[in-house]
Write a protein that binds this ligand. Sequence first.
Ligand SMILES: [Zn+2]
Length: 274
Amino acid sequence: MPSGAVILIALFALAAAAWFLREEMKRRTRARLRAMRLSPEDRAALSRAMPVYARLPEDMRDRLDGLIHQFLAEIKIYGAGGLVVTDAMKRLVAAEASLLLLGRPERWYHSLKTVHLYPEGYESRIAEREGYVVTERNQGRLGESWRYGPVILSWRDAAAGAADPNDGRNVVYHEFAHQLDHETGVADGAPLLPRAQSAVKWAHVMRAAYDHLRADLAAGRGTVLNPYGATSPAEFFAVATEHFFEQPERMRAALPALFEELRAYFNLDPSGWR
Ligand SMILES: [Zn+2]
């Protein structure tokens, strides 16, 4: 064999070995983080800030602790707009975000590296295109989720969302639902489904519930879901996620097919956490 080919094969084998080693190290580090628990003091503080944490079954609370540790190790949370971020604030945001992964621990926010916390609602510049003209304006926001980039949150609203677990509003659940939706490359209300879940049925149920919400709003009828969900299929999924975790009984009674799709997707039923 020519020596050039031998060197090439050796280099390839070395690169493959390095890759396997790195993956194995990552797997071990994650397993170690997932096995970690919060201290009794941190658990007490988190229970006060996020009552639903205290109501989780013991095994789920343990699992959430592990996810919080992994979140804080892999995703950096920064203060913005002058906000000084404490460890307790980071734990709360990590706990809210990780709750969405609780039923499917193999799922992760793979493309997310940073979260930015503003003290409260903030102004964001948005561009609107009409023909050849692009107009930019400032828009007041509570949160944003970028496909390959950060999640941006109003701390005041993230904390308020955790403090009231029953009002159907939680900006952290909302923005992190967008992160899950982005996993497919497009935010269209169709996240990567578990193998056993039918994408055709998901699309059918989501579409029907979305159309129903829009029709109710057009007719001036009251709605179970926040009207903001009628903005687009992506917003519908994010809004439905907020209601699923905060008002599961109400959703199950009023929108049973939607509830069932979300129950299968998240692989849990928050009804027991009341
Ligand atoms: Zn949204």
